[in-house]
Design a protein around this ligand. Structure first.
Ligand code: NDP
Ligand code: MG
Length: 385
């Protein structure tokens, strides 16, 4: 029986993780759950899964949730904020932490989990983008596995099994191209939030859906892959594959390419990460090759979807530059979602922040937290009026 905590249980990945657990109750026990503000959804989760700990990171929601239990007899421990997340990420009784919060707020709890020797099923890519160097070193030191949940990295992780790292020629990260594939910058000038949120193949949280529309998501994934698989950026390529059936590929030095294919359903990479090195019974629809569409491939248009280009640049510059880029993006996406800026302003803001803020090579966790405050404040003040 694996005991787990899920950080960000009420989100898209959190909810799909619960579905995987629901189908395999004899092998998993849910110990810790969290939400930011969605107290109601967390309540349903608590009633169904009966975890020992529930965390809310938004004050009002925390108080509302606590109030609900005030005159009930319960063993549930209700905690607040990052401290609460740190607690459920490091409980002595758990084996694994699923990191599925949105944004770099996952960084500190992930570090706490690693320091406590918990294996990580990692969905929260911003953590690796911002703190890849610190996190991967710490994981190595504590003998902790970082098992990717992101579908592309989950695919690469599977394609690497049984092969030598030194034989890898290239990683090929597939991209759906998002809702605006094939559009010109001119056509993107006035696209709305609603249009950007209409992803052709995946239903995800709002922030990652906007990242998919700008191709920033692919940029974040390139940096994530760099840290997870310890390969230089020159060996990490992006291939647009609109059908999202091949979830990514590994090319070996002899020219052989291994690909992982499956239906477009996040529950498979989640299930693989939870069960690794074992495999569970299918929770997703099996592929039907007789009825599959053609699989097609194209080069990403990095002049129109500039965030992907900027992410490669930030990754290659290294140090704290990916953190600067990520923080600028988190704030820019927030501004776009609240209709304060236009779609193309996102890439403009990223570029401006990369020019304005100087990266550092030697840095600690505190430096990253400082960058978060400075960069987000700058973007909000300058562009959020
Ligand atoms: P969602 O927005 O759907 O869910 C985010 C979760 O984090 C929710 O539980 C939310 O709580 C919580 N949360 C939000 N803000 C905070 C905060 N400031 N502090 C603590 N908790 C917070 O996101 P997704 O599930 O789509 O994505 C989660 C992560 O997984 C992201 O890093 C994303 O890039 C990655 N990912 C997602 C994929 C997907 O298919 N969705 C695919 C691959 C990676 P509440 O519900 O109360 O707001
Ligand atoms: Mg992905």
């Amino acid at each position: 029986m694996k005991k787990i905590s899920i950080l960000g249980t009420t989100g898209s990945i959190g909810t799909q993780t619960l579905d995987v657990l629901r189908k395999d109750r004899e092998n998993f026990q849910l110990i810790g759950v969290s939400a930011n503000s969605n107290a109601e959804k967390l309540l349903h989760i608590v009633e169904e899964f009966k975890p020992s700990y529930a965390v809310l990171t938004e004050k009002k929601a925390y108080l509302k949730f606590k109030e609900y239990f005030s005159n009930k007899s319960t063993n549930l421990k209700i905690l607040f904020g990052t401290e609460g997340l740190n607690t459920i990420a490091s409980l002595p009784e758990i084996d694994m932490v699923v990191t599925s919060v949105m944004g770099m707020c996952g960084l500190i709890p992930t570090i706490k989990a690693i320091e406590s020797g918990k294996n990580i099923a990692l969905a929260n890519k911003e953590t690796l983008v911002v703190g890849g160097e610190l996190v991967t070193k710490l994981a190595e030191k504590n003998n902790v596995s970082l098992i990717p949940v992101d579908s592309e990295h989950g695919a690469i992780f599977q394609c690497l099994q049984g092969n030598k790292h030194s034989d890898v020629e290239n990683l090929l990260i597939t991209a759906s191209g998002g809702p605006f594939r094939g559009k010109s910058r001119k056509q993107l000038l006035n696209v709305t939030v609603e249009q950007a949120l209409k992803h052709p193949s995946w239903h995800m949280g709002r922030k990652i859906t906007i990242d998919s529309a700008t191709l920033m998501n692919k940029g974040l994934e390139v940096i994530e892959a760099h840290w997870l698989f310890n390969l230089p950026y020159e060996k990490i390529r992006v291939v647009v594959h609109p059908q999202s059936i091949i979830h990514s590929m590994v090319e070996y030095k002899d020219g052989s390419v291994m690909a992982q294919l499956a239906s477009t359903d996040m529950r498979l990479p989640i299930q693989y990460a939870l069960n690794y090195p074992k495999r569970g019974e299918a929770v997703v629809n099996r592929l039907d090759f007789y009825n599959l569409q053609n699989l097609s491939f194209e080069k990403p248009d990095i002049d129109t979807f500039k965030p992907l280009k900027l992410a490669y640049e930030a990754g290659k510059i290294g140090g704290t530059m990916p953190a600067i880029l990520n923080c600028a993006n988190e704030e820019a996406v927030e501004l776009f979602l609240s209709n304060k800026i236009k779609f193309l302003d996102i890439s403009y803001i990223l570029e401006e922040c990369m020019n304005k803020f100087s990266p550092r090579n030697n840095f600690q966790l505190e430096d990253l937290l400082h960058i978060e405050i400075k960069v987000k404040e700058y973007v909000k003040t300058k562009f959020g009026k």
